[in-house]
Design a binder for this molecule. Structure first.
Ligand SMILES: [Zn+2]
Length: 351
């Protein structure tokens, strides 16, 4: 795998210092966990680079130096002492009407063959008489057989072999695997810190965007790059218009979903609507909106007229729709159903 030495995101520096100061007591199974979009994978790569770095192992560098032989091998993708286990691309044969075509799709699982292929690497000695690293990401993608196979290696790890697992969803990891690893929890950066960083990266509308992604700065960058921020704003406008009817609203949603880029999908729309309904309920309780801060006034006037129990039901309905949204049988029907439930949820109460 290829890793170039670069900086640790500033909000992760305290964690970096606390880990690298204790090399002697470092566990051979490490699990990096926390919400998605705070830099866990980048941290794991830099941590691996540091464990392999020749200057760092002499105690003369607190992060990978970037120019020793080891760092150079890593940045050219030729380091023999590191392996990455991730979602491979799989070739799928699709039977078309005229001819079969082959497409490449990322696999949804890390499989046992991938773990077995590590055995020689883990149990035969190091090429460069230093550390050996296995990086696994996303660790929750290991299927049961793969996880069990890894567990055997983790039970008696050879000296100098480190397993670094990265996961944003540890509830899906085997409990036995969890108990074999030392958990390293990544927190969320402070709001002002994240905003300042996003601005330095040239992300526009950082204040609007960051709350929408739950505060994770890298997720905000991803959204801005894909243009999802303006799509969320557009969705919010459609939610604000409650004088419309079911078919018109669903039609409006459908037209945004069939946009050219394809980045804006039904899951984003339902996510936006769920967050909007969540904000309406918060505003009704006298709290500021969490996600759509820039639409506070609209939310307030809608919340004033709406029934709390119907808002709660609408939120539950949309959550249910969201869990199946990636496989709708009929997108238009699904959107009309959702539009109907939404308009019922926000309808002004009879006085
Ligand atoms: Zn180095």
């Amino acid at each position: 795998m290829q890793v170039s030495v670069n900086k640790i995101y500033e909000w992760n520096i305290p964690l970096w210092n606390s880990l690298t100061e204790r090399l002697e007591s470092l566990s051979h199974g490490l699990l990096f966990t926390g919400v998605a979009g705070v830099g866990k994978v980048q941290f794991a790569e830099q941590f691996a680079a540091w464990l392999l770095c020749e200057s760092a192992s002499k105690g003369t560098a607190t992060s990978a130096c970037g120019h020793c032989t080891s760092c150079q091998l890593l940045s050219s993708g030729n380091h023999p002492d590191i392996r990455l286990l991730t979602l491979d691309e799989e070739t799928e044969e699709e039977e078309g009407a005229e001819k079969s075509s082959k497409t490449k799709k990322p696999s949804t699982q890390i499989k046992i063959d991938q773990v077995r292929a590590l055995e020689d690497f883990v149990f035969v000695g190091s090429h460069r008489s230093g550390a050996r690293i296995v990086l696994i990401h996303p660790a929750e993608a290991m299927n049961l057989a793969a996880a069990n196979s890894l567990l055997k290696m983790l039970e008696e790890p050879p000296p100098n072999v480190y397993f670094i697992l990265v996961s944003s969803n540890i509830r899906r990891l085997l409990p036995t695997l969890l108990s074999r690893c030392r958990k390293v929890v990544f927190g969320m950066p402070k709001h002002e810190e994240a905003i300042a960083w996003l601005k330095s990266e040239g992300v526009k509308n950082a204040e609007k965007l960051l709350p929408l992604v739950g505060g994770a700065p890298l997720a905000a960058v991803e959204w801005a790059t894909a243009g999802l921020d303006s799509q969320y704003a557009q969705a919010a406008e459609s939610f604000a218009d409650t004088k419309t009817d079911v078919v018109t609203l669903a039609g409006k949603w459908l037209s945004t979903l069939s946009g050219k880029s394809g980045a804006w999908r039904a899951e984003h729309l339902t996510d936006a609507l769920q967050k909007w309904l969540y904000d309406l309920q918060r505003v009704q309780l006298g709290e500021p909106p969490r996600y759509f801060a820039s639409a506070a006034l609209t939310l307030q006037s809608m919340a004033k007229q709406a029934s709390p129990s119907r808002l709660a039901r609408g939120y539950a309905d949309v959550s249910k729709i969201r869990s199946t949204v990636n496989h709708p049988l009929n997108a238009q029907l699904m959107l009309e159903d959702m539009a109907g439930r939404y308009l019922a949820a926000v309808a002004p109460q009879q006085r």
